[in-house]
Write a protein of this length. Structure first.
Length: 305
């Protein structure tokens, strides 16, 4: 019995030594690639598991890692790195990311995350204005952004709508917002002196990626006095990697008057014109053949018809 227990202990010791030999302690330091400074709080985990640790204030870490297993280094604002240690030391240099933005909003000179914006900004996706039967995309903003008033004064094709972002700020200088398309301010309104023409109608709604409306007075710090009535920023779509894709979209419509007035035709006009001249003549002229032939339509018998 004693020999059996001794043999069992030897087996347990052998298995424990083999398990210990399958893992090793890996340590190192995590720094930023741009400045070389240590990064504290970087998450270091064994790939495929939740087992891991974090780097200390000096950017160092230490973790027991199974042989042949990779480590994953992740940190907010940096690209995630996966590396397999070849020894007991693994130093990592992480690269910062500039394109991983969530809920990006265009604000003048660039873009910011929505949670970092303190001003009043309204955003509309391009898909919200693509299927609207309007002559220009600015008419489709009606009801899409809080505080933005859109009204169309007439139904003439090409006429610009009346948009008020911050109310009526001026009587003589106008209160129209400033339109900025891909960073370039453009002229809006009826710019033609002969017919209604709205330059915003030249922008295809299908080409719009997003529309951002700067509603507060902070926009004047970027665009000056032109932004006193608010700013509407339009961002168009960009080319993306992948297979070419062709899309086609169209819409059509027709209009008819709600009520038609009964108008005179040519024969009715002649009759009315004759009736207008007939009472003005004297009784003698009414019976004269010359008057009848000159002013009134008569039949073969000389009767007025």
């Amino acid at each position: 019995m004693k020999k059996i227990l001794q043999g069992f202990l030897w087996v347990l010791l052998l298995l424990g030594s083999q398990a210990y030999a399958q893992t090793r302690k890996v340590s190192g330091i995590v720094t930023g690639k741009s400045d070389g400074l240590p990064l504290p709080g970087v998450s270091v985990t064994i790939q495929g598991t939740r087992t891991g640790t974090q780097t200390g204030p000096d950017g160092t870490y230490s973790l027991a890692v199974p042989n042949g297993t990779a480590l994953t280094f992740s940190f907010i604002g940096f690209q995630t790195i996966t590396a397999t240690p070849s020894g007991s030391t693994l130093n990592v240099s992480m690269t910062g990311t500039t394109g991983a933005l969530n809920e990006v909003v265009v604000v003048g000179y660039g873009t910011q995350q929505r949670k970092d914006i303190t001003g009043a900004v309204g955003s509309v996706k391009g898909s919200a204005v693509q299927d609207q039967p309007v002559a220009s995309f600015d008419q489709a903003l009606s009801g899409k952004v809080t505080g933005v008033q859109v009204s169309v004064s007439n139904g003439i094709l090409g006429s610009a709508p009346r948009i008020r972002v911050r109310g009526t700020a001026s009587i003589s200088n106008g209160s129209d917002p400033l339109y900025v398309v891909d960073g370039v301010p453009i002229v809006n309104g009826n710019i033609s002196s002969y017919a209604n023409y709205n330059p915003l109608g030249d922008i295809n709604p299908d080409d719009i990626q997003s529309i951002d409306v700067l509603k507060d007075g902070a926009a004047t710090a970027i665009y000056g006095s032109r932004a006193s009535g608010g700013v509407i920023l339009v961002t168009t779509k960009r080319g993306t990697a992948g297979k070419p894709k062709v899309t086609y979209s169209t819409w059509f419509g027709w209009a008819s008057p709600a009520k038609k007035f009964k108008l005179l035709n040519a024969a009715d006009f002649v009759t009315i014109a004759n009736e207008k001249l007939y009472p003005a003549a004297t009784a003698a002229n009414q019976t004269s053949g010359a008057y009848k032939q000159a002013f009134l339509a008569t039949d073969a018998a000389g009767n007025i018809v």
